[in-house]
Write a protein that binds this ligand. Structure first.
Ligand code: HEC
Length: 111
């Protein structure tokens, strides 16, 4: 009985990850996506502009980011840019979430 319980405890989370496919692990779930998008508009938007056209921070529009590496941009989001107003967000966001936000920015936010 105990063995079976242990088997389930290990097998179920593994099966869930496998069922979502390799890149689905970078997808926050739907309620978290809403929180992240709200944050993007309000927290990030306070410097980068509500429409990401730039302000105190540079524009985060698809054209501005197209040539930049997503992992590198996610690193900036997590670590900030020392000596500039860009703060680190790693206490608020996971690596996957930062990457997900960067991908949203690269696609362009639909109004
Ligand atoms: C207090 C102001 C401020 C806030 C809030 C802020 N940023 Fe920034 N951000 C900046 C500044 C200033 C830079 C430019 C840093 C530099 O000079 O390299 C920057 C740079 C960036 C870059 C790199 C852009 C590029 O083209 O290399 C990304 C990506 C970015 N921010 C994303 C975000 C995200 C996502 C959030 C919200 C989670 C956020 N920022 C919140 C000020 C801010």
């Amino acid at each position: 009985m105990l063995e079976r319980a242990l088997f389930l405890a290990v097998a179920i989370p593994t099966a869930v990850v496998a069922a979502q496919g390799p890149d689905a692990t970078a997808q926050p779930d739907a309620p978290r996506r809403e929180v992240l998008m709200h944050r993007l508009l309000h927290d990030c938007g306070s410097c980068h502009g509500m429409t990401m056209k730039g302000g105190l921070g540079p524009p985060l529009l698809p054209d501005a980011l197209a040539d930049k590496d997503s992992e590198g941009l996610a690193g900036i989001v997590l670590e900030g840019v020392p000596g500039t107003p860009m703060p680190p967000w790693k206490t608020e966001l996971t690596q996957e979430e930062a990457l997900w936000l960067v991908e949203r920015l690269k696609q362009g936010l639909t109004p």
